[in-house]
Ligand binder design. Structure first.
Ligand code: G3I
Length: 372
C-alpha cells in the first residue's frame, strides 16, 4: 500500500501545479522561452551610491570600427558613475609609434565623463599585451626611458580626469611567480620594471589611486603569488594602493567563499579592492555551438549568479571601492570571441554576460541586483 501511495505523489503535485497556474491565469514560464525584460526603477550607481562606484568599460572606435560608446548607449550610460576605456588607453593605441600619440579615442571618453559627472579608471599603463614592440626594444635603460616617458605623458594629460590607474596589468604568470615572457620582464632581466612603473606613476600623481590589476586573482595559488610579489617588491612603498580583481567569471567560478577570502586577504594588506572587468560567461568558456540561446532557463541562472555576487559585494562595501563591468550590454562583449581559452578573431559565438540584453533592455539579473 505504502509503495502505491509514494508513487502517486509526483503525479499529484504535477496536476496540482497545472491546476494552480490555470486558476491564476498564467502558465509556468517555458524554460526555453524568451525571457521577460524590466523597466529600471533606479540607475545602477544610484542604487549603489552608499556602497561603491559602479563603472563600465567602453569602446571609442579605437580600432576604427566606428563603435562609439556615446552613440551606442545613450540610454544606458547614465547607470554608471565611472567609465573605463576597454582599449583606448592601452599603450598600442595611445603611443603606437615612439613619440607619436593617438589620444582622440581616449579624449572622447574623458570629455564625455567630465560632461556627465562620471569618474574614470585608467587602463592600462604597463602590460605585456597590446603594447607596440618598440616600447620594449633596446637596452634596459632605453626601455626604462620609454616606460617613464609613456607614463608621464599619459598620466599628465589626464591628471585631473583619472582618479585611478591600472598601472601594471597581469605581471604574474598562471604557473606561479612572474610572467617571465613579458617583454618588459625580458628587457629588464627581471621584475624590477613593476617597481619602476609604480614609482613613475606616483611621481606624476601622488594622489592617484595606483592599482595592480590581474585575472584569476581569486584562485588561491595565483592569489598567493600576487601577494608575494606585492610584499617582495614592496609595491605599497612605491605607491600601490589597490588590487584590481578582474571579474571575468562564470555561472559557477569563483565560489563565494574563495571570493570572500580574497577580498579579506587584500584588505588585510591595507589595499583597496577594485572589482574590475566584471562579466559572467554564460557558457563557462566553452566554445560549444549548440544551445547558445538566452532563454528563460539561462536568464534565471544568470540572475541567480549576479544576485549572489552582488550580495557579497554589498556585504564588503567597506573593502570594495568600485565595481566595473567589462562592457554595458550583450551586443558588445569580448567574450563573443574568447572561448576555449583563446581569442577567436572573427569567429563569433554569442555570449550574454551583462545585466542589459542585446537590445539594451534590463534583464532579470538587473532586477535582482537593484531590488534587494
Ligand atoms: O574591431 C577591430 C576590427 O575592426 C579590426 O579589423 C581587428 C583587427 O585585428 O581588430 C578589432 O579589434 C579587436 C578589439 O578587441 C575589438 O573590440 C582587437 O583585434 C582585439 O585585440 C581586441 O581585444 C581586446 C583584448 O583585451 C585584447 O587582449 C578586447 O577588446 C578587450 O576587451 C580585452 O580586454 C582585456 C583587458 O584589457 C585586460 N584583462 C583581460 C581583458 C580581456 O582580454
Amino acid at each position: 500500500m505504502k509503495l502505491i501511495t509514494l508513487s502517486i505523489i509526483p503525479m499529484f503535485l504535477l496536476v496540482l501545479s497545472i491546476l494552480i497556474f490555470s486558476l491564476v491565469g498564467c502558465s509556468p514560464p517555458d524554460p526555453s522561452g524568451t525571457p521577460k525584460s524590466f523597466t529600471p526603477k533606479k540607475l545602477l550607481h544610484e542604487v549603489y551610491s552608499d556602497h561603491f562606484i559602479i563603472g563600465a568599460a567602453v569602446a571609442s572606435s579605437e580600432y576604427g570600427s566606428m563603435d562609439y560608446f556615446d552613440k551606442k548607449y545613450p540610454n544606458l550610460l547614465p547607470h554608471y558613475n565611472s567609465l573605463t576605456a576597454e582599449n583606448a588607453m592601452k599603450p598600442e593605441v595611445i603611443q603606437p609609434l615612439k613619440g607619436s600619440f593617438n589620444f582622440a579615442p581616449a579624449d572622447r571618453i574623458v570629455k564625455y565623463a567630465a560632461a556627465n559627472d562620471q569618474k574614470i579608471r585608467g587602463h592600462a599603463l604597463v602590460w605585456h599585451n597590446q603594447t607596440s614592440s618598440w616600447m620594449t626594444e633596446g637596452t634596459k635603460e632605453d626601455v626604462r626611458e620609454n616606460m617613464k616617458n609613456h607614463i608621464e605623458t599619459v598620466m599628465n594629460r589626464y591628471k585631473d580626469s583619472i582618479y585611478s590607474w591600472d598601472v601594471v596589468n597581469e605581471a604574474v604568470s598562471d604557473q606561479g611567480s612572474y610572467r617571465a615572457d613579458s617583454p618588459w620582464y625580458v628587457a629588464y632581466g627581471g621584475p624590477e620594471y613593476i617597481i619602476d612603473a609604480f614609482k613613475f606613476a606616483k611621481e606624476v600623481d601622488p594622489e592617484c589611486k595606483l592599482v595592480y590589476n590581474d585575472y584569476s586573482v581569486v584562485r588561491p595559488s595565483k592569489r598567493y603569488d600576487i601577494m608575494t610579489m606585492i610584499k617582495k617588491l614592496e609595491l605599497q612603498k612605491h605607491g600601490l594602493s589597490g588590487i584590481g580583481i578582474q571579474a571575468h567569471w562564470n555561472l559557477y567560478y569563483p565560489e563565494l567563499e574563495e571570493l570572500q577570502r580574497t577580498i579579506d586577504l587584500f584588505h588585510q594588506m591595507g589595499l583597496e579592492v577594485h572589482i574590475t572587468e566584471l562579466d559572467i560567461d554564460c557558457f563557462d568558456g566553452i566554445g560549444n555551438t549548440e544551445n547558445r540561446k538566452f532563454d528563460n532557463d539561462l536568464a534565471k541562472r544568470l540572475a541567480d549568479r549576479y544576485e549572489e555576487i552582488f550580495e557579497l559585494f554589498r556585504k564588503n562595501s567597506d573593502k570594495i571601492s568600485s565595481v566595473t563591468f567589462w562592457g554595458i550590454a550583450d551586443d558588445h562583449t569580448w567574450l563573443d570571441y574568447f572561448y576555449n581559452s583563446t581569442w577567436n578573431a572573427g569567429k563569433k559565438l554569442k555570449n550574454y554576460p551583462f545585466v542589459f540584453d542585446e537590445d539594451h533592455r534590463a534583464k532579470e539579473a538587473y532586477k535582482r541586483i537593484t531590488e534587494f
